[in-house]
Design a protein around this ligand. Structure first.
Ligand code: NAD
Length: 433
């Protein structure tokens, strides 16, 4: 008899009986107990195997539709790809984890870093906020230049920890986020998931890493919200966000302050101003105006109260990339190690804009000339769904400290965008409806 057979189900209450009938019942009970025990052990083993398997990352915690996915990662071949992608190939090179690498800005920054010999590893969850086939095409582009994008979510701390175990990243270029101002009214949870929970999850891993990396991350011009003082300077007020997107970016800036203060993480926030260019984002006006003008569909152009002009400080992607590289190259090391601060660390924030706002109606005129098609303009009042009337960056701080000098005017940049658009979508790919 095993020790199990003698164990009372309720300790102290069970009394051994001696009758043969009781013996028989006991034996039967003990077989049942054994069977139940081994069934549970077996089930447990299956569950442990399933969740611990190196080829299956744990489920992300976000309940939103897009995040209910498992990602395949792990195993020796996967680690080899991670190491090879992140290997530094130039003297004084850096090794960078780029989150949101399959995104618009992430693809361009990753390619630029790789070109100069830095080690680059991408991370992206390939969500379907906009056509994921465009993200896959960007992934294929990066793959050809030797950049591997790990498929996973920034809230997956097991995956992040693993990446830092495999590679001692010197820098993190954090671009993964739920972008877009209007979509925040449709799916607010996705902004909280990626821009707040995701950022904290990433910083938690960075603070515990040894060595801690320096982090450069994308904030946004939207933090200026209802600020009316122009041009927008870094010291202007940012406490009146006009959208949940803006509020999550502002929260990111405060979270950055906290991790810098407590853990000695070196953190640089970049406030991008309406970035555009080849491989851009289909949810942005210059992109869907192009699509709709070509289809002969009417486009909505917003104007503010009293026929006020709506204008944007459109910034060409190559200029933004230079700003990102400038921020990475001037970032000082984090000062903490293993979760402990050793001294004060760098905390910065910069505007990256073009510093010459253009009315949206002028953007449409440029597109008309480049596409050789007249747009069907539908002038509408600017709705109160998060968009602000104008943006205009003061970039003197970035110029002074990062050597940032935007060179591309809207006409030149849109010409490059239109050339890419026509070749990309005439290649058999369909611009999403
Ligand atoms: N493009 C602009 O005009 C602009 C302006 C201001 C700020 N920004 C910021 O710059 C960054 C890059 O923007 P973009 O235009 O390249 O956007 P994008 O949507 O093209 O790129 C973001 C990428 O992050 C990924 N991602 C989102 N949530 C994720 C998560 N939880 N885990 C892993 N990956 C995730 C997406 O799949 C996407 O590929 C974002 O932080 C954005 O908020 C962009």
């Amino acid at each position: 008899m095993s020790h199990l057979d003698n164990t009372p189900s309720t300790p102290g209450k069970f009394k051994m009986e001696k009758s043969p009938y009781v013996h028989h019942r006991l034996r039967w009970h003990s077989s049942l107990a054994k069977l139940t025990f081994w069934s549970f052990m077996f089930l447990g083993l299956i569950l442990i195997f399933f969740f611990r398997s190196p080829s299956s990352g744990p489920l992300p915690q976000d309940p939103s539709r897009r995040s209910l996915r498992t990602y395949n990662w792990g195993g020796p071949a996967w680690e080899k790809r991670v190491r090879s992608s992140a290997r530094i190939r130039s003297r004084d090179g850096i090794s960078v984890l780029v989150t949101g690498a399959a995104g618009f800005v992430g693809t361009h920054v990753s390619a630029a870093l790789k070109r100069r010999g830095d080690g680059v590893l991408g991370l992206d969850n390939f969500n379907d906020y906009y056509d994921p086939s465009l993200k896959r095409a960007r992934q294929a582009l990066l793959e050809r230049s030797g950049v591997f994008i790990v498929e996973g979510d920034i809230t997956d701390s097991t995956l992040l920890r693993k990446l830092f175990e495999v590679v001692a990243f010197t820098h993190v270029m954090h671009l993964a986020a739920q972008a877009g101002v209007r979509y925040a009214m449709e799916n607010p949870g996705s902004y909280v998931h990626s821009n707040i929970a995701g950022f904290v999850s990433l910083l938690e891993i960075c603070k515990s890493a040894n060595p801690q990396p320096a982090i450069v991350w994308a904030s946004s011009s939207s933090v200026y919200g209802l600020n009316t003082k122009v041009p927008f300077s870094e010291s202007d007020r940012t406490d009146q966000p006009a959208s949940l997107y803006a509020a999550t970016k502002k929260a990111g800036e405060e979270i950055a302050h906290t991790y810098n203060h407590i853990y000695g993480l070196s953190l640089t926030g970049l406030r991008f101003f309406t970035v555009y260019g080849p491989w851009g984002r289909p949810d942005m006006a210059y992109f869907f105006f192009t699509r709709d003008i070509l289809k002969g569909k009417s486009i909505s152009i917003f104007e503010a109260a009293n026929h006020g002009t709506v204008a944007r400080d459109f910034t060409y992607i190559d200029d933004i990339v230079k700003g990102c590289l400038g921020a990475l190259d001037t970032a000082e090391k984090s000062t903490g190690s293993g979760g402990k601060k050793k001294g004060p660390a760098q905390l910065r924030v910069y505007n990256l804009g073009n510093t010459s706002p253009v009315p949206v109606s002028d953007l449409v005129s440029i597109l008309e000339r480049l596409l050789k098609v007249n747009a069907k303009r539908n002038i509408m009042k600017l709705p109160r769904n998060g968009d602000v009337q104008f943006t205009h960056a003061n970039i003197s701080l970035a110029r002074r400290e990062l050597g940032y000098k935007p060179k591309t005017d809207l006409q030149t940049g849109l010409k490059k965008f239109v050339r890419w658009y026509l070749s990309y979508y005439s290649d058999g790919k369909k611009a999403s409806e």
